[in-house]
Design a protein around this ligand. Structure first.
Ligand code: KMT
Ligand code: NI
Length: 176
């Protein structure tokens, strides 16, 4: 994992947009973003993911795979890249490939988080974010969730009076 401030240039979203200004894991934690890298044998990695799942009560998962061969991939990427929030955590464990999660920090500035194999990322409910593939256009990720997750992406323009957004803002107060 590497994170940095997103550079607003006019290149394609799948390009790196790397400002060269790094963001630390602690700065991500201040935004409520949790990051973990699994290590060791495949069995060790499974155990690490399982113990986090037990601790945080994730009891199901599915696998999402995106590549240039995916049907309507450009439409899907445009959808994932629309700034949104969810009323539940977004938990992604990267099995293959790589991609970018962009999150808004507490000053409303975009931070780009580069994820690759063995990275687990947990975005809190209520954080504004978006996702894109990188220029390799390939990722396979495990999506973990609790019972009855609220998957629906709520676009920023529709999230003005959202109670999960308000709770998120309260939970991150005094951390900036
Ligand atoms: C999402 O919700 O943004 C996705 O599932 C994108 C792919 S997960 C790496
Ligand atoms: Ni999302």
């Amino acid at each position: 994992m590497r994170a940095y401030y997103y550079s607003e240039d006019n290149t394609d979203k799948t390009f790196s947009h790397d400002s060269g200004k790094n963001v630390s894991q602690q700065q991500l934690e201040e935004c409520g973003v949790y990051y973990f890298q699994t290590k060791g044998s495949d069995q060790d990695k499974d155990n690490q993911i399982n113990s986090i799942s037990v601790e945080r009560k994730y009891n199901s998962y599915d696998i999402v795979r995106l590549s240039s061969e995916t049907l309507d991939i450009d439409d899907k990427l445009n959808m994932f890249f629309d700034e949104h929030l969810h009323e539940d955590e977004e938990i992604r464990y990267i099995l293959e490939g790589s991609g970018y999660f962009d999150i808004r920090n507490l000053n409303d500035t975009w931070i780009r988080i580069v994820v690759e194999k063995n990275d687990l990322i947990i975005l809190p409910a209520g954080i504004f974010h978006r996702f894109t593939l990188d220029s390799n256009r390939f990722i396979v990720a495990k999506r973990l969730f609790k019972e009855n997750p609220s998957w629906i992406p709520i676009s920023r323009k529709d999230a003005v009076e959202n109670s999960f957004r308000n709770s998120y803002l309260i939970s991150t107060q005094n951390k900036a």
